[in-house]
Design a protein around this ligand. Structure first.
Ligand SMILES: *Cc1c(COP(=O)(O)O)cnc(C)c1O
Length: 388
C-alpha cells in the first residue's frame, strides 16, 4: 500500500502546501503523527478544535445523535438545529439563524441578506458590499470578491461584481466609498486573521457602526475565525462595543464537523422567505448536536481562562528576544519575529510544537482549554525559536 504522503501527492489536487507531517491522532492539545511523535498543537486545525482533539463531551454529543438520525434534509423539522439556533440567538441578541456548512457559505448568506434587504428597502441599485483591505472572507467567487487582497483575485476573473474595499481603521476611507457607491452592507472582521492577526480599533469600529446605523446600511461581522470564545468574549464584536445586524461564524462552532451559521438581527430577521436560500447539509443534526456541546461550554469561566492565557502569551512573548511585536485578541495571536516566520514554524515543529503563519507573522490559535503547563512548554519553544 502506498504511504499517505505519496497517495496525496499523486491523487489530491495541489492546492495546499502541506507541512511534512501526517496526523494520526491526539488528545486535548496534543496531536500525534504517523511516527508516534507528539506535538503541542497551537493551530487547532485553523481555529476549529476549540477543545482540542478527541474532546469527550463533543464526541458523546455527536455519537448520541449519530444513533438517532444523521440527516433529514431541510424539508423536515429536527431538534438539534432548532436548539442550536435558540442558543445562538439568546446569547447574541440576534433573532434568527441560517445554517450552512462553512465560513464562506455563512458569508454568502450575509451578502444575500444585505442585498435583498437593501433592494426591498432602497432599490436594486443598492447592491454594493463594503469590506476592508487585507480582509479574508472565503474562497467562493463571491467571498473572494469580498476578500480585500488582490493576490487572491488575479486567477479567477471575473469575480462577482459589487464589492469595494476601504482601509481598515480609516473612517475617511469608508466615508469616501459610502458616498461614491450605493452600499447595502459592510462586512468586517473584529480581528483580521489571514490578514496578519490585526485587530480593528475600537474607535473605528464604533464610528463605522454609527455610520451604518445613520444610513441604514447593514453592519455585518465575520466571526468565522475570532468567534466562539477565541477573543475572550463569545464573539469578537462584543469586545469592540458594537451591535452588528448580521454575524457569521463557522470553524470552531462545529468543533470539527462542517458547520456555518449566519445570524440575522432584528432588521433582517424576516428578509428571507421560503425558497430564497437553502442548503442540503446546512443545519446537519450531527454538526448541530456537537455544536450545542461546544457552545454550552464556552461560558464565563472559560472566557476568563482565555483572557488569562492571552495575557500570559502577550507578556511573555512581548519581551522575548527576536520578537518585534505581538498582536491580536484573546487566543488569536500574531507574532512579528526578526527571523522569517517560516523558520520559526519549522523550528517549533522539530521541537514538538505546531504553529501557523499569517502573512509574515507567526500565528497562534491554541485550544481554548489548553492546560497552562502545556502552554508554557510551547511558549518556551517559541521563545527559543525566535532567538537569533
Ligand atoms: C476561514 C475563514 C473564512 C472561510 O471559512 P471556510 O470555512 O474555509 O469557508 C471566512 N472568514 C474568515 C475570517 C476566516 O478566517
Amino acid at each position: 500500500m502506498m504511504k499517505t504522503k505519496a497517495l496525496d501527492a499523486q491523487y489530491i489536487a495541489h492546492t495546499y502546501a502541506r507541512f511534512p507531517i501526517e496526523i494520526v491522532g491526539g488528545h486535548g492539545a496534543v496531536v500525534v503523527d504517523d511516527e508516534g511523535k507528539e506535538y503541542i498543537d497551537l493551530g487547532t486545525g485553523i481555529a476549529v478544535n476549540v477543545f482540542g482533539m478527541c474532546d469527550e463531551a463533543w464526541i458523546a454529543a455527536v455519537e448520541a445523535q449519530l444513533h438517532k438520525f444523521q440527516h433529514t434534509s431541510n424539508l423536515y423539522y429536527s431538534a438539534p438545529c432548532a436548539q442550536l439556533a435558540q442558543m445562538l440567538c439568546e446569547r447574541t441578541g440576534l433573532k434568527r439563524v441560517f445554517f450552512g456548512n462553512s465560513g464562506a457559505e455563512a458569508n454568502e448568506c450575509a451578502i444575500k441578506a444585505a442585498r435583498k434587504y437593501a433592494m426591498e428597502k432602497k432599490g436594486p441599485e443598492y447592491s454594493t458590499i463594503l469590506t476592508l483591505e487585507n480582509s479574508f472572507h472565503g474562497r467562493t467567487l463571491t467571498t473572494l470578491a469580498a476578500t480585500g487582497q488582490a493576490h487572491y483575485h488575479e486567477l479567477y476573473q471575473p469575480l462577482t461584481p459589487g464589492f469595494v474595499h476601504a482601509r481598515a481603521n480609516d473612517l475617511d476611507s469608508v466615508k469616501a466609498l459610502l458616498s461614491e457607491n450605493k452600499v447595502a452592507g459592510v462586512l468586517i472582521e473584529a480581528v483580521q486573521g489571514e490578514g496578519g492577526v490585526v485587530p480593528l480599533d475600537k474607535d473605528f469600529a464604533q464610528g463605522l457602526a454609527e455610520l451604518c446605523k445613520k444610513e441604514d446600511i447593514l453592519l455585518m461581522c465575520d466571526e468565522v475565525q475570532i468567534g466562539n470564545g477565541r477573543s475572550g468574549a463569545l464573539y469578537g464584536y462584543m469586545k469592540l462595543g458594537i451591535e452588528p445586524d448580521v454575524v457569521t461564524t463557522a470553524k470552531a462552532i462545529g468543533g470539527g464537523l462542517p458547520l456555518g451559521a449566519c445570524m440575522l438581527g432584528e432588521k433582517v430577521q424576516d428578509v428571507f422567505t421560503p425558497g430564497d436560500h437553502g442548503s442540503t447539509f446546512g443545519g446537519n443534526p450531527l454538526a448541530c448536536a456537537g455544536a450545542i456541546s461546544i457552545l454550552s461550554r464556552i461560558d464565563d469561566q472559560l472566557l476568563a481562562e482565555v483572557e488569562e492565557k492571552s495575557k500570559y502569551i502577550f507578556e511573555t512573548l512581548g519581551r522575548s528576544e527576536g520578537v518585534k511585536g505581538v498582536s491580536g485578541m484573546g487566543l488569536m495571536i500574531g507574532i512579528q519575529t526578526v527571523k522569517p516566520a517560516g523558520e520559526i514554524v519549522a523550528y517549533c515543529r522539530d521541537h514538538g510544537v505546531l504553529v501557523l503563519t499569517a502573512k509574515d507573522k507567526v500565528r497562534l490559535l491554541p485550544p481554548l482549554n489548553i492546560p497552562m503547563e502545556q502552554l508554557q512548554k510551547a511558549v518556551a519553544v517559541i521563545q527559543e525559536a525566535c532567538k537569533a
